[in-house]
Design a protein around this ligand. Structure first.
Ligand SMILES: Nc1nc2c(ncn2[C@@H]2O[C@H](COP(=O)(O)OP(=O)(O)OP(=O)(O)O)[C@@H](O)[C@H]2O)c(=O)[nH]1
Ligand SMILES: [Mg+2]
Length: 683
C-alpha cells in the first residue's frame, strides 16, 4: 500500500458527518450513484435511499444510526460511514470516527446551524481527523453565498479554506470554479459537470479567491509565502501538495460546494478525497497501530440483524482478516468470525478475507463490543480509542406489554445496549421499574421501536418514578400491641418504641434498651424486622428515612408470643405512631451542570427559576470560547424533560450532567399533589 506521490492508495474509509438534516444520507446516495454502486439515485424523502434503510430511520425520515456502504472509484475502494446528525445519536458518530481516514462535514449556509457544526468539528479536531467541509444545498443558495467563510469560520478552530467559488446564471448558482485546478464547471443534473472557459467576471473573482486560498496555505509554508510576496505563480502540483499536506495535518479545512440531490459537486468531492485524504498507513500512524502480522480491527458498530445474527462493522487496521479468525481484546476473547460481508446500507454480500484498510462486517463475534480494538492471535493490541458515551439526560420506564414477555424483554434490552452503548438500563427494584436512560426523546422512542420491530417485544413506556421519601418532624413514644385469641394457640406481641427524627441523610437506625427481659432477646430482631417493613410505606405513601426507633418497653406471653407476633407489634407501633409525628415529604435534589453557548445563558437562568432551580453560579466553560457553565440545584422531578427545553433554547447544542446532592423537605401544594397522586396510584 505504497503512497503514490502524495496520493494515498488502497481502501479508504470516510465519515459523512454534519448538523442535523444537512444532507449526509442524500450525499451518500449521490456518491453511490455517481460511482455506479447503485443504478438510480434514491432519496430520503421517497424512502428508497441506501442509507437510512432501517425501519426506524425510514419512519422518522432521519438517520438514527450509522449506515455503511462500500463503493469503488477510479480503482480504489471507498467505504462511507453516513452518521446521524441529530445530537441524540451523536455516539454513533463518535464511536465510528476513530477508525476513519477523513471526514466530510456536510453543512448548510445557515447561521442557526453553526453551533451544531462547531460541536461536530470539535469532535473531529480532538480526534485529529482530517476534514473537508461540503457546503450542500447550493441549489437553494443565493448571492449571500459570498459570506461562506464569515458564517462558517467561527465553528472551526482550523482555518477554513475556500476551494471552490460559485458561478451564477442570473440569481441562481449554475456552476463553480475550482481554485486549485483553475477550471470552471457548469453543473448538470445527475451528470458530470461540464468544463467551460474561465473568463470575464468569473476569472476576476477566481484570481482574488485563489489568492486568498494560497495565502491561507502559505501560513504554513514559508516557501509559498515568498513566492506570493514576489508575485510568482506557484506550480499547480505544489498547490495540490500543500492542500493535501495541510489537510492531513489538520491545519486547514477545505470547503467544497455542491447539491447532493442533484449529484452536483460530487465528482469533485470524490477527486479531492482521492488525492488529498490520507489512507490506512497515515491513519494507522495517527492511531498508534503497531504493525505486525496479526490482524487488528476496530469495531465501529454492533448490529443484531434478523437473519444474520450479530454483526460487527469493523475497519481492518492491520494484517488480513480471514473467515474463522479468532479475535481477542485486552480484556477477553471476542469470538470467532463467521462470515465476512461487504455492506451497502442494509444489504450484505458475502466476501473473502479483508485486507488492512477495508471496512467490512464480521459475523458472530459474540463478545465484541462497539469501540473494541480486536486482535487475532494471543497478543492483544492496546485499544486504539476509548470513546465513552455522554452521560444520559433523559429517562423512560419500559415494561413488556404482556407479562409472558418479561424474559424476552431482558434479552432484547441486552441487544439494544450492544447496538447503542449510549443507552443505559437500570432496574429500580423499589419501584419495580426498568428505566432506560439515553440522550433524548427521539433516541428513546427509537429504542422502544427497536425493541418491538427488531427484537419482537411489544412494550409500554411511562415516566420513571421519582425517588421521593418521607420523614417526620417530631418524635413520639408509641405502643404497638398485637393480640389475637382465636381458639387454641393465640398470638401476642407488645412493644413500646421511642421514635425520633434524625438529621438529613441518616437513614434509619434501630436501637433497644430492654431491661429485665420484658421483651425476650430472641424477639428483638423480629421487632426490628417489623419496623423496617412498616417504614417501606409511611403515612404519605413513601419510604420513611432519617428516623430512629428505640425499643424501650413491651411485654410477652410464654405461650402465645412468636417472631411473627413481635414483627406485627413493631409494624403496628410505626403505623400508629408516624401519622402523629408531623410527616413531611422529601424530594431528591440534584446538582445540575448545564453547558451552553453564552448567548443562551440568560435564557437558562429563566428556565431554571421556572423549574424550582437554585442557581449556584456561572462560569465560562474551560477550553470552550463563547460557552458558559451554569451550576444549579434542582429537584429530580424537574430534571425529567429538562433536556428538551435546554436544547430548544440553544439551537440543540446545550446539554447537562447531574448528580444526586441531597433530600429536601417539600410542603405546600406541590407536595399535596404528589401525595394525592401516590395514593390514587396505590388504590
Ligand atoms: N435542496 C436541496 N435539498 C437537499 C439537498 N441535500 C439534501 N436535501 C434535503 O435535505 C433533507 C435532509 O436530507 P438527508 O440526506 O436526510 O440529511 P441528513 O444530513 O442525512 O439528515 P440526518 O442524518 O437526519 O441528520 C431531505 O429532505 C433532502 O432531500 C440538496 O443538495 N439540495
Ligand atoms: Mg442522514
Amino acid at each position: 500500500m505504497a503512497e503514490n506521490g502524495t496520493r494515498a492508495a488502497g481502501p479508504r474509509c470516510i465519515a459523512l458527518v454534519g448538523p442535523f438534516q444537512s444532507g449526509k444520507t442524500t450525499l451518500l446516495e449521490a456518491i453511490l450513484a455517481r460511482t455506479g454502486a447503485i443504478q438510480r439515485q434514491g432519496s430520503v424523502d421517497a424512502g428508497n435511499s441506501v442509507g437510512d434503510g432501517s425501519k426506524e430511520a425510514r419512519h422518522h425520515k432521519m438517520s438514527v444510526e450509522i449506515s455503511v456502504a462500500t463503493t469503488s472509484f477510479m480503482g480504489d475502494d471507498y467505504t462511507f460511514v453516513d452518521c446521524p446528525g441529530s445530537i441524540e445519536f451523536v455516539h454513533e458518530m463518535r464511536a465510528a470516527l476513530p477508525a476513519v481516514d477523513a471526514a466530510v462535514v456536510v453543512c448548510e449556509l445557515d447561521e442557526k446551524k453553526v453551533p451544531q457544526l462547531q460541536l461536530i468539528l470539535r469532535e473531529l479536531e480532538e480526534q485529529k481527523i482530517p476534514r473537508f467541509l461540503f457546503l450542500n444545498k447550493i441549489d437553494k443558495a443565493d448571492a449571500t453565498i459570498h459570506d461562506v467563510l464569515t458564517v462558517l469560520q467561527p465553528a472551526s478552530r482550523s482555518k477554513l479554506l475556500l476551494r471552490q467559488i460559485p458561478t451564477f446564471a442570473g440569481e441562481t448558482i449554475s456552476g463553480f470554479v475550482d481554485l486549485a485546478l483553475e477550471r470552471a464547471f457548469v453543473y448538470r443534473e445527475h451528470a458530470r459537470s461540464e468544463v467551460v472557459p474561465l473568463e470575464g467576471d468569473a476569472l476576476d473573482r477566481e484570481k482574488t479567491a485563489r489568492f486568498s486560498m494560497l495565502e491561507t496555505l502559505a501560513d504554513h509554508d514559508d516557501q509559498l509565502m515568498e513566492q506570493l510576496l514576489e508575485d510568482i505563480q506557484p506550480p499547480r502540483d505544489k498547490v495540490f501538495d500543500d492542500l493535501s499536506k495541510e489537510l492531513r495535518d489538520g491545519l486547514v479545512c477545505p470547503v467544497l460546494l455542491g447539491a447532493a440531490t442533484r449529484t452536483n459537486g460530487v465528482l469533485r468531492l470524490l477527486k479531492a478525497l482521492r488525492h488529498e485524504s490520507p489512507g490506512m498507513p497515515s491513519t494507522a500512524k495517527r492511531l498508534g497501530v503497531k504493525a505486525g502480522n496479526d490482524a487488528i480491527v476496530y469495531v465501529m458498530k454492533t448490529l443484531h440483524t434478523a437473519h444474520g445474527g450479530k454483526m460487527s462493522i469493523v475497519r481492518a487496521l492491520n494484517g488480513q482478516v480471514a473467515d474463522s479468525t479468532i479475535f481477542v481484546t485486552p480484556e477477553r476473547d471476542a469470538g470467532r468470525v463467521a462470515g465476512i460481508f461487504k455492506l451497502l446500507g442494509q444489504a450484505t454480500e458475502k466476501r473473502g478475507a479483508a485486507q488492512a484498510g477495508e471496512t467490512v462486517a464480521l459475523g458472530k463475534l459474540d463478545h465484541a463490543n462497539t469501540g473494541d480494538t480486536l486482535t487475532a492471535g494471543k497478543q492483544p493490541h492496546p485499544a486504539i480509542a476509548a470513546v465513552r458515551p455522554y452521560p444520559p439526560v433523559l429517562a423512560t420506564a419500559v415494561a413488556s406489554k404482556e407479562r409472558k414477555d418479561d424474559v424476552k424483554l431482558g434479552q432484547a434490552l441486552n441487544k439494544l445496549l450492544e447496538e447503542d452503548p449510549s443507552i443505559t438500563v437500570e432496574h429500580n427494584a423499589e419501584a419495580h421499574e426498568v428505566v432506560l436512560r439515553g440522550q433524548g426523546e427521539m433516541q428513546l422512542r427509537v429504542a422502544t421501536e427497536r425493541l418491538t420491530d427488531r427484537f419482537g417485544v411489544a412494550t409500554v413506556s411511562h415516566k420513571p418514578t421519582v425517588g421521593y421519601r418521607e420523614t417526620i418532624k417530631k418524635g413520639i413514644v408509641q405502643r404497638g400491641r398485637h393480640k389475637k385469641q382465636s381458639g387454641g394457640h393465640g398470638q401476642y406481641g407488645d412493644v413500646v418504641l421511642d421514635i425520633k427524627p434524625l438529621p438529613r441523610g441518616s437513614g434509619f437506625t434501630f436501637a433497644e434498651e430492654i431491661k429485665g427481659g420484658v421483651v425476650p432477646r430472641n424477639y428483638i430482631p423480629s421487632v426490628e424486622e417489623g419496623v423496617r417493613d412498616a417504614l417501606k410505606h409511611g403515612p404519605l405513601g413513601f419510604p420513611v428515612v432519617d428516623i430512629t426507633a428505640k425499643l424501650i418497653d413491651g411485654s410477652y406471653h410464654t405461650v402465645d408470643s412468636s417472631d411473627m407476633a413481635f414483627q406485627l407489634a413493631g409494624r403496628l407501633a410505626i403505623h400508629d405512631g408516624l401519622p402523629q409525628c408531623h410527616p413531611v415529604l422529601l424530594e431528591p435534589i440534584y446538582q445540575v451542570e448545564i453547558v451552553c453557548p453564552s448567548e443562551a445563558t440568560a435564557k437558562m437562568n429563566a428556565l431554571m427559576s421556572g423549574r424550582r432551580g437554585q442557581i449556584l453560579g456561572f462560569d465560562t466553560r474551560e477550553g470552550w470560547d463563547g460557552w458558559d457553565v451554569v451550576r444549579v440545584q434542582m429537584p429530580e422531578s424537574e430534571i425529567g424533560d429538562l433536556i428538551v427545553e435546554v436544547r430548544s433554547a440553544t439551537a440543540g447544542v446545550g446539554s447537562f450532567t447531574f448528580k444526586f446532592d441531597h433530600m429536601a423537605e417539600l410542603s405546600g401544594r406541590t407536595a399535596d399533589q404528589i401525595v394525592a397522586a401516590r395514593k390514587s396510584a396505590a388504590a
